[in-house]
Design a protein around this ligand. Sequence first.
Ligand SMILES: Cc1cc2nc3c(=O)[nH]c(=O)nc-3n(C[C@H](O)[C@H](O)[C@H](O)COP(=O)(O)OP(=O)(O)OC[C@H]3O[C@@H](n4cnc5c(N)ncnc54)[C@H](O)[C@@H]3O)c2cc1C
Length: 416
Amino acid sequence: MRKILIVGAGQSGLQLALGLQSRGYEVTLMSNRTADEIRAGRVMSTQCMFHTALQHERDLEVNFWESQTPRIEGLGVSVAGPESQRVIDWVGKLDGYAQSVDQRVKMAGWLETFAQRGGQLVIHGAAVSDLDFFARRYDLVMVSAGKGELVSMFGRDASRSPYDAPQRALAVAYVHGLGPRPEHPEFDAVRCNLVPGVGELFVMPTFTTSGRADILFWEGVPGGPLDVFQGVKDPQEHLALALELMERYTPWEYARATKVEPTDANATLSGRYAPIVRNPVGRLPGGGLVLGVADVVVANDPITGQGSNSASKCAAAYLASITEHGDRPFDEAWMRATFDRYWDTAQHVTKWTNAMLAPPPEHILDLIGAAGGLQPVADRFANGFDNPADFENFFYDPELAGSYLAAVSAQVQAGA
Ligand SMILES: Cc1cc2nc3c(=O)[nH]c(=O)nc-3n(C[C@H](O)[C@H](O)[C@H](O)COP(=O)(O)OP(=O)(O)OC[C@H]3O[C@@H](n4cnc5c(N)ncnc54)[C@H](O)[C@@H]3O)c2cc1C
């Protein structure tokens, strides 16, 4: 059977490894951490995944935590006014529910499953020289090492990377003790709180190492009032800062957060990175070629919560391309075609995410405002998180947005 080396055991690497393993490929997986180290380590993401991405996991029968994980049935947007009052507040209903399983739980569990099923697991932080050595022994080498140092093998694609610096400072805290949103206590939702010119606060439920919890995730414009988490390592101190900012900018979220506690000693994370699209094929010093996967090749800012979704979609697309290719060589043309298949969906994620990082133009403000009175608009916006390609149809172009709003208003009036 064909031999495949996968470097990096995150969402994409593990999903690919488990998928290829179940189809009889001989897979070696390199991880720089053991399952126990991942489980006991720092939180890595907020990892909210929508229906299509979750379905790829179900297709592989690796959705082990689905029944224990809160079902996120809606996605809401609130906008803060100049006096920190809420000037917009609505929630759209998702056609299929979303879920967030703490990556510490999922990656540790998947790593153990891969090994139990007879996969070859190598615990080693791979360097380019290792890959150079191993490349000759495998039919295909894929690098799914996220934003780790191995990305240096893959050149930046400037034509697809409009930003060359981080656009947000990120600060995440996993907490126990958050109360429900009083407006919709009957269902869970991701809450996107937009504070114009300052940043965003995302609040969502998750399933972590100690069961159900909630995540408070600030995205701050660099250099602005939310960009204060750098160097804060103590989770209590981090949480106190996050709450202080909530009290000031999103008092409606603060009101249900007065009793929260960090879930564990590694419940907080802060950092920043520049969004980037890279050349998908890396050339090793010895001439071998490696294919980049997910964040290695397309790393978007988490403002739209898409990276894990994209990683799942990338793994599913690559799995299909590998199996369809049979015994033919995994040459450069195949690698580029395989990435292009993924880019068909990833390009929409990238375009939308980069648009959301910029100050919104008038017609987008109109759409977000109108969603408060027109439920179909709220629902369509929410479901765009599952299928960002749909934003092409009504979001970017002022004329399309205007005619869409007019059509929905007419429909709603006719039905009233
Ligand atoms: C604050 C924050 C919030 C986010 N929220 C969301 C969200 O709500 N929804 C969403 O969809 N996405 C979200 N994302 C993005 C998402 O977490 C990532 O895009 C996704 O995990 C990428 O998957 P991946 O497989 O490419 O890489 P990763 O999940 O980063 O996995 C890479 C793995 O490779 C390992 N590695 C690195 N270097 C080496 C090496 N040299 N040798 C061996 N192993 C190595 C790493 O330790 C890691 O385990 C968020 C990200 C951040 C930072």
